[in-house]
Design a protein around this ligand. Structure first.
Ligand code: SAM
Length: 268
């Protein structure tokens, strides 16, 4: 849009350029069929090569340069599909133990968590026949920064992200680190500041959860319902595109948290 506006401005400022009337006149002869033939059949629309212009255009529409993952924890499953679409992935976590766990996986150290079943599954559902080891290498290559973060600060990284992220991902973090709904809403505003205007956010989280366990730690979680999340997104200036939910089946309620064990509880 910026480029289009600039071009219109130059036209009006430069009398040698075509007038708007001349452009309209040209468009009067626009032939949709010829246009489609020129641009959207081979050789330009060659899906056998990602280097071809049409696959490149399609990638632009779902890609960006940088994706930031907020509260990555010790996990990389959430980045497996994203790593196909972003040149750089910035992982973040509050805890050094989690950042070190991620670095161990990136370095391929013995004893790092084995994510290979996850990678194999994602390759299967993506359906491109990609060998899973290639995706593993791609993610390792694109995960270049693993940064400390605190979502309760107005500048969660301690300094602005330059340039701001094209997309923001956060899985099971904001509700698991916020004491109440107000803090959840503020955290959403804080993390939103790292995203460029018009950028996309993908949040995965638990509804109606009040705690989860991680070893000796019993972590409180703010129990949210769908309306809480919708309201917080709207208050933080996000436009909601899609909301999906999953009900935890009884067999998966193993006691490590209380997800799905009861409806969200309101305290007001
Ligand atoms: N994203 C991972 C996942 O999907 O399993 C981990 C989620 S874990 C439930 C919540 C994460 O939030 C932990 O890794 C924790 O270290 C991190 N965390 C705790 N306090 C935080 C804070 N103030 N800001 C950002 N992250 C925080």
């Amino acid at each position: 849009i910026g480029a289009i506006n600039e071009r219109q401005h130059r036209h009006s400022a430069d009398p040698a350029m075509s007038s708007l009337d001349a452009i309209r006149e040209g468009y009067a002869r626009f032939d949709p069929h010829a246009y489609l033939q020129n641009n959207y059949v081979p050789p330009r629309a060659d899906f056998s090569s990602e280097e071809c212009v049409v696959p490149w255009k399609l990638r632009c529409l779902i890609c960006g340069r940088t994706l930031i993952d907020v509260g990555s924890g010790p996990t990389i499953y959430q980045l497996l599909s994203a790593c196909e679409h972003f040149e750089e992935i910035v992982a973040t976590d509050f805890l050094e133990v989690n950042r070190e766990e991620l670095r161990r996986w990136v370095r391929g150290e013995p004893g790092a968590f084995d994510w290979s079943p996850f990678i194999q599954h994602v390759c299967k559902i993506e359906g491109r026949g990609e060998p899973w080891q290639e995706k593993e290498q791609r993610l390792r290559g694109r995960l270049r920064r693993i940064l400390p973060i605190d979502v309760h600060r107005a500048d969660p990284l301690g300094a602005p992200l330059h340039p701001p992220a094209d997309a923001l991902l956060s899985t099971f973090c904001l509700e698991a680190v916020s004491p109440d709904r107000a803090a959840f809403g503020r955290a959403l505003v804080n993390v939103g500041s790292m995203l460029r205007p018009g950028g996309h956010a993908l949040l995965l989280g638990a509804l109606g959860e009040s705690f989860y366990l991680a070893g000796a730690a019993r972590l409180p979680v703010v129990p949210l319902d769908e309306d809480d999340v919708r309201g917080a997104l709207s208050d933080a200036g996000f436009t909601l595109r899609d909301f999906r939910s999953y009900a935890m089946p009884p067999a998966l309620r193993t006691g490590v948290d209380d997800r799905g064990s009861r409806p969200p509880h309101r305290t007001e």
